[in-house]
Design a protein around this ligand. Structure first.
Ligand SMILES: Cc1ncc(COP(=O)(O)O)c(C=O)c1O
Length: 453
């Protein structure tokens, strides 16, 4: 390792506190320190290259250092880097809102910017509650959610995405939310078939929402794929069933498309698979192609209209962040939407997904310690077990997926662990040769680690 690496490592170990990381462990390891990127690859300070198999936490859509995005960023810095969206507007913020509204599911005409997926969720929750207050239904402050959902790490987002493992220290800070078991939980816990599990989950949602319809502000869910809890796909028709239950009971439906949006499930929005339009929709991650922190909450004109009135009525949505709608981020996002259009990206995605499916089926699912592959589009979770026949899990202390992640990194590929599940979500523009390398390295790393564990 170079002197530069050693110096940076010492500084990191002395001063940095990394997210979702046991720092005691981290400080005993050699971190991978990224200094550059090129296409689907990350490059560390010593020049080693790694295929970015998780698209830098699911946000890089078009590869690193895309000339068009670099150029849009530079051009915007020649104009202005930042001016506030409070009391002023700006060119890229306006243009992006119009472009996003034009491509959003039907009826989502308004765009409220923020800076991360979690803040987009906070905005949706606060909009939903205030909407009902403005309509005089002041008792509607409750949310329904899916078990094992993830909506971010701010207090409101944690409240609707509660995970005992991650959030129990902050439990007293959270507001209550009604949890509905998603189909995968019924399958897993009660051994039901997919159809039976779907039926049970929908029935539970119907009961819960029906019983509490006068107190519920909204139902929030990650449509089609519950990502961060371990890649748990929902059966076709599930999103529509929940949406319909909300409609029947007059409850708002919030789709959190922070992970699923911008093509990750094979459609631009996961809601499209079921032909569903939410009342509120949260997006983030890929909105700037993985360049800059930007997020947005979409709302219908009906919700927007409830907030209109004379200033003195104080109906305004008193919410905002300093960098809300940052012009650099908006300019890059616009360039990203141009790439979607110019390259007809969504038309090319099905072939890549088919190739990914075939490779995973042939090379990975056939391995003796891979229990199942859970996938929708590019969003992929590969669950590892000690004994496939008996479904026996590895001892958690073995940290099997983490071992595979480290082995894959040694072989030049970045993937992530989630418990015993390996997570993969490559950039939309990954080439077929790169996809082949990604799957081969994952296969070889799983084989290598499981043969000696
Ligand atoms: C569905 C979903 N919602 C919200 C978030 C939070 O996004 P951020 O990390 O940008 O706050 C995530 C992050 O993984 C997510 O997957």
């Amino acid at each position: 390792m170079s002197d530069k690496y050693e110096t940076l490592k010492r500084m990191d170990h002395t001063h940095v506190w990394h997210p979702f990381t046991q720092m005691q462990e981290w400080m005993g390891e050699d971190p991978c320190i990224i200094a550059g990127g090129e296409g689907s690859y990350l490059i560390d300070v010593d020049g080693n290259r790694y295929l970015d198999g998780v698209s830098s936490l699911w946000c890089n859509l078009f590869g690193h250092r895309r000339p068009e995005l670099d150029q849009a960023l530079k051009a915007q810095t020649d104009r202005i880097a930042h001016s506030t969206f409070l009391g002023l507007s700006h060119v890229p913020g306006i243009e992006l809102a119009a472009r996003l509204a034009a491509m959003a599911p039907a009826g989502l005409t308004r765009v409220f910017y923020s800076d991360s997926g979690a803040t987009a969720v906070e905005v949706a929750l606060k909009l939903a509650v205030q909407y009902w207050q403005l309509l005089g239904q002041t008792q509607r402050t409750l949310f329904a959610r899916l078990e094992e959902s993830y909506h971010g790490d701010t207090v409101g987002a944690m409240s609707v995405g509660y995970s005992d493992l991650f959030h129990h220290f902050h439990r007293d800070l959270l507001f209550p939310a009604l949890a509905v078991k998603p189909p995968h939980a019924y399958q897993r816990e009660q051994g039901l078939s997919e159809a039976e599990a779907m039926e049970r989950s929908v029935a539970e949602a119907r009961d819960t929402v029906g019983r509490e319809k006068d107190r519920l502000a909204a139902f929030i869910m990650e449509p089609v794929m519950q990502g961060a809890a371990g890649m748990w796909p929902q059966p076709a028709g599930y999103v529509k069933a929940i949406r319909d239950i909300c409609k029947e009971n007059g409850v708002l439906f919030i789709a959190d498309e922070v992970a699923t949006g911008f093509g990750h499930t094979g459609r631009m929005w996961a809601c499209e698979h079921d032909g569903v339009s939410p009342d509120l929709m949260c997006v983030g991650k890929g909105i700037t192609g993985g360049y800059l922190p930007l997020a947005a909450t979409f709302a219908t004109e009906e919700i927007f209209a409830a907030f209109l009135g004379e200033y003195g009525e104080f109906k305004s949505f008193f919410h905002g962040h300093t960098y809300t709608g940052n012009p650099l981020a908006c300019a890059v996002a616009l360039a990203g939407l141009d790439i979607f259009e110019r390259e007809a990206l969504m038309e090319k995605v099905p072939a890549k997904i088919a190739s990914l499916e075939e490779r995973l089926g042939n090379d990975v699912l056939t391995l003796p310690h891979v229990r199942e592959i859970r996938r929708r589009g590019f969003m992929t979770g590969m669950e590892l077990v000690k004994d496939k026949e008996r479904g026996e899990r590895y001892d958690p202390d073995v940290r099997i997926a983490n071992q595979v992640v480290l082995e894959a990194r040694r072989r030049g590929v970045i993937v992530r662990p989630l418990g015993d599940t390996l997570i993969m979500l490559p950039p939309l523009t990954i080439s077929d040769a790169e996809l082949a390398t990604l799957v081969e390295v994952v296969r070889d790393s799983i084989r290598h680690v499981t043969e000696r564990s």
